[in-house]
Design a protein around this ligand. Sequence first.
Ligand code: HAM
Length: 490
Amino acid sequence: MLTNAYYYFKSLLGSSVAEQAAVNRWVVSSNLTRGAIIFLYKHKIIEFKNTPYILENSIANWYYADMAFTIPRGTQDILPEDISKWHLIEETARNLFSAYNFSEIRTPIFENTDVFARGMGEKSELFNKEMYTFQDKGGRSLTLRPEGTAAVTRANIMHTLHKKMHPLKLYYIGPFFRYERPQAGRFRQFHQIGAEYIGESSPYADAEVIALAYHLFESLGITDLKVQINSVGCNVARPVIEEMVKQFLSNNLTHLPTHIQEKFNDNPLRILDSKDPDVHAYIAGMPDIKDALTQESKDHFFSVLQHLDEMNIPYQVSNVLVRGLEYYTETVFEIISDHLGAQSTVCGGGRYNNLTKELGGPDMPAFGFGFGIERTVMLLDHINKTLSKSIDIYFIPLDTLSRDMLFYVMNRLRGNNISAEIGYSDQLKGQLKKANKLNAKRVVIVGEEERQSKQAQYKDMVNRSQTIVPIDQLIDVILNDFAVNELPSH
Ligand code: HAM
């Protein structure tokens, strides 16, 4: 079926014969209307992995052209209907951070690019391919923060926080930016909650922070998770481990995909945690990298495991877990779920004993983690966690004079932290429907009759009962009701 869409689609492309031919082939063979193509694209039912890039881009433009204003690829609006899950995650995290004696830090959304170049390592994929880097009007190179550890370390050095607080236990919540190919659970603007325990080298610190991460998910009711843990050793062991990986893979190198071969010289450790099943087959028989660790690193690692055992934190030792950022030393860990699709890691972290010195500060060990809020929301959805929002009181005035009076009462109650809403139509039925939709715990009804008898109808929507309350005592009765019953807040 050739629709108008076909001509519209063609007009979006350049005039090269190859492009036109590609469009012709695709639109004709797909036999879809424009609306259908937009629908499939919008709902990510069709991706364009095997189509020429220009085609993919044109369909994206086409989709966006269909909407008046939209948001950049890889970003999303978090709508009121979803926000309660975000609040739950953030509040749970804040409560646990307080129990573990962590304090919040807020660093800028953008930093000087050097912070991340030095911090994450210039060889890392994140630094090379995924940063949002730009020049400001003064010609400075700035980068939207792709992660929090380097920024927090920069802030510690700059304000000598370690001298003011010891131990230095910091947490952060906020947006981060990575230019990655968007897919389920992977965004270009995403949100992380992270923790950094700076200035402590004890294996207890590693175990404490891993336990904190685990408890966080547990408190949210997410338990179907695996904690994977490994050690990448200290600086002394790193070249030995790299050589070990290279030696093992050298015979089979040509059989590995090109993007993996590219890592061989610069960053051979990254080959180990490739998600590509073909690569898994080649690294399956590799000797454990922990054989190359110094005795001190081995002792540290086994103490961490012992402390995790003592706290009943379940874990699996993974010999191929190395993590993507170059600052890691010694213990590394990830928390993964089978319910996240290809992006199975919800939380990742580890020790980074050299980073503070690397960024110009003193020699200072540290351990931390970061977890993605979007992926945690996906896990809450998976366990069908429903969080219904409610309000304390809904006022139903049935005429203007009653509205004036209830408006005053409502404002007094709001000032006492009671959440309240008022209806602006005089229709009882419609307003009761609204009260139900808002999950109101109580409803107050006042019309001409009630004003004359000076008695308001007071409905308990939770227990489905009703009483009469003298209008001049309405505020006190409601305040007392909520104080006595300690109704859960919305
Ligand atoms: P990371 O493994 O790069 O570590 O990120 C941590 C978590 O952030 C991931 O497990 C994932 O849940 C989430 N995340 C990362 N990228 C995306 C994305 N594009 N879309 C959605 N979610 C994403 C770090 O960032 C380290 N700074 C963690 C750390 C703190 N290590 C020591 N201290």
